[in-house]
Design a binder for this molecule. Sequence first.
Ligand SMILES: *[C@@H]1O[C@H](CO)[C@@H](O)[C@H](O)[C@H]1NC(C)=O
Ligand SMILES: *[C@@H]1O[C@H](CO)[C@@H](O)[C@H](O)[C@H]1NC(C)=O
Ligand SMILES: *[C@@H]1O[C@H](CO)[C@@H](O)[C@H](O)[C@H]1NC(C)=O
Ligand SMILES: *[C@@H]1O[C@H](CO)[C@@H](O)[C@H](O)[C@H]1NC(C)=O
Ligand SMILES: [Zn+2]
Length: 738
Amino acid sequence: MRGERSRFSLAGIIPFIVIGSILFGVGVLIGHFGIPEDSCPSFSSIEDDDISQMMVDECKAENIEENLRQLSSRPHLAGTPAEKENAEMLVNLWTEYGFDSVRLLPYDVLLAYPDPDNPNKVMITENGEVNFTTALKEEILRPEDDHPDVVPPFNAYSAQGEPEGPLVYVNYARAEDFEWLAKNKPEINITGCIAIARYGKVFRGNKVLSAQAEGAIGIILYSDPADYAVDGDVSVYPDSWWLPDTGAQRGNTFVSDAKGDPVTPGYPAKPYMYRLDDADTALPKIPVHPIGYGDAQHLLSELSGDEVTSDWAGSLAVTYRYGPGFINPERKVKMSIHTSREIRTTYDVIGIINGAIEPDRYVLLGNHRDAWVYGAVDPSSGTAVLMEGARVYSQMIKTGWRPRRTVMFCSWGAEEYGLLGSTEFVEEYQKVLGERAVAYINTDIAVRGNFSFRAKSTPLLQGAIYDAAKKVPDGETRERTTYDVWVERLPDNSGSGLPSVNVLGSGSDFAPFMYRIGVPCSDFTYTYDTSLSISSYPVYHSVYETFYTVKMFIDYNFWRHQSVARVMLEFSRNLADSVILPFGVLDYANKLKSSIDNIEDEYGDKMAAQDITFEFVDSALTNFTAAATFFEEELTDIDVNDPIAVRRVNDQMMQLERAFIDPAGLPDRKWLRHVVFAPSSVNYYAGDAFPALVDAMYQIDDDIDQVTRWNAVRKQMAIITFIIQSAASTLTDVTQFG
Ligand SMILES: *[C@@H]1O[C@H](CO)[C@@H](O)[C@H](O)[C@H]1NC(C)=O
Ligand SMILES: *[C@@H]1O[C@H](CO)[C@@H](O)[C@H](O)[C@H]1NC(C)=O
Ligand SMILES: *[C@@H]1O[C@H](CO)[C@@H](O)[C@H](O)[C@H]1NC(C)=O
Ligand SMILES: *[C@@H]1O[C@H](CO)[C@@H](O)[C@H](O)[C@H]1NC(C)=O
Ligand SMILES: [Zn+2]
């Protein structure tokens, strides 16, 4: 594929799009605006509401079910033939649909695989003799779940090695768990030990980094029934959705502000690209390995030391102890890890429907295609939805309709290894996407539970998500709207009367769009009951994440998948087809205000003691809110028949998210450049508002260098003031400078 540059190069066609769009755009604009409504060309003769209803009606649960059955019929791990075959399947399908262009984009990236001839394992040794070995693979509990391509449980990018030492239990291996140990159990020295930690609460990569920083020589991760089999004593897979004791969670362990290919941070993994040596990356320096709770119980049952504090105990039938070391002092734990890191090719598929009037404005919908095993939930529930969305668009186009703006369907490769496909794409096309992408709509796992629709989003798009959810029947009974169930089950806890919309955090492919180049993003899923307090759906990243699981325990009629697909369709249609972009600039102002209020509540007193006030931040906020209010008022008066005026305000709205990008990046995290939102630095999954300020305040009292720390806080307050004021200036009347 490397030779076929012209075929795969988006950059190559850009001049044609631009020239084409100018000529075509002018023609269409004259056509569109220069004549009375009733004699418009065919693509605009169908009213928005009709198209919206047609799209919702056309989207079929049966099709999504069939897509998922196909996609999850075999493993499709990144960098394997199955991943490529699925990519080619989408290229063929979207070409048949009559999309204007379909690209297969290869990237040569660093991936990781266990060695089939030298399986990874954890052992108990006694004087050099092996007394116990963990399972080499998960037990197959239904014959249909067997397939030669099932990769055994492993943690991608683990270091190789055979460390041996005393075992020590570290709860979730969060930064706070190690701090708790240091304070309350100072006699426990992690250095030279192998840590065992339960999965959950934070991204596994952060667990590995924390254990490594404490001097652990290896870390074993397991899924405790307290987090993954809450009613496991009643039943587990295949009788319920709870994780059985042999289930183990695969997953990558790559923590980086850049994400994407670990050896080409910041730049696309093209054949010509310079690649770092592994040792110069942030990949783990210690072996890490996931096991099931059956094996974990065996290891934990032999631990010596004090009994753990109550909130450290999981629900296995053992007395949880810290260690370090076993009751029998002759015994040690030994890891044997031979996972290799290797460069392989992963593929993105981009299917493009050119916009009728603004082909140089892109609305992107994306989902990753690669899975650890069958991936019936992660990500194939989302792939099945994206595929049905693409089919619905193709049907609409056959009626003669065409969206005003370009719509791009994106199928990413190698997300599971750390957002590789999407990040490489954003890196390669950052200039054109930075200028022209209107929004990126992500669905990774489309359905993970049967409770309610849930959205994460920039505040800019939340109003449009509500609007879409109000037009779509909910997936439980189809009798109420998705919005009605959402607002009832997941209300915003501020008492606004609206459904909650969470900050984006990370953990999926929106991250490079949002945090690198400031493209407004949203992420949709249908989720489980939050009162279950589980860290994820139980069979996450295990061999039991099958079509059977989805059909039996999550969404038997696929109505929930359908509701997510329909919300995505209507939301994307609104973004792609509305004359004025459906962005809520005042919603952004309100979110900034509430985030600043939270920070002031939390840190205001401490800051005041250092003579740091909120005077300037508040002034910038007032200015931003005034500019946003003025902008929204002016918007109601805009002449929608004046294409220049329309383009002017749309450009201003497109600029707003980008205005929060600081090219310098966050302190020590230069590839994360969004000043308002970014993944938390102690948990890559979670999001924080004003992350650099929150980081600057983190445990500030314990730092011996108070002067440096408080100066860092002062600097962040100034940057926040600047960025909000600067964003306000993008909303003020463009005929007046500044
Ligand atoms: C492991 O040690 C226990 C207790 O000493 C013993 O009963 C058992 O047979 C040993 N197992 C193996 C596989 O050596
Ligand atoms: C922990 O053990 C290591 C080596 O065994 C030693 O260098 C280090 O000082 C110890 N740390 C503490 C806090 O005792
Ligand atoms: C939702 O799924 C859970 C887990 O499979 C199940 O126990 C529960 O009964 C389901 N609820 C509904 C309303 O289908
Ligand atoms: C807010 O606007 C006022 C009036 O233009 C200006 O004086 C003030 O400096 C602005 N605030 C900031 C933080 O720039
Ligand atoms: Zn995923």
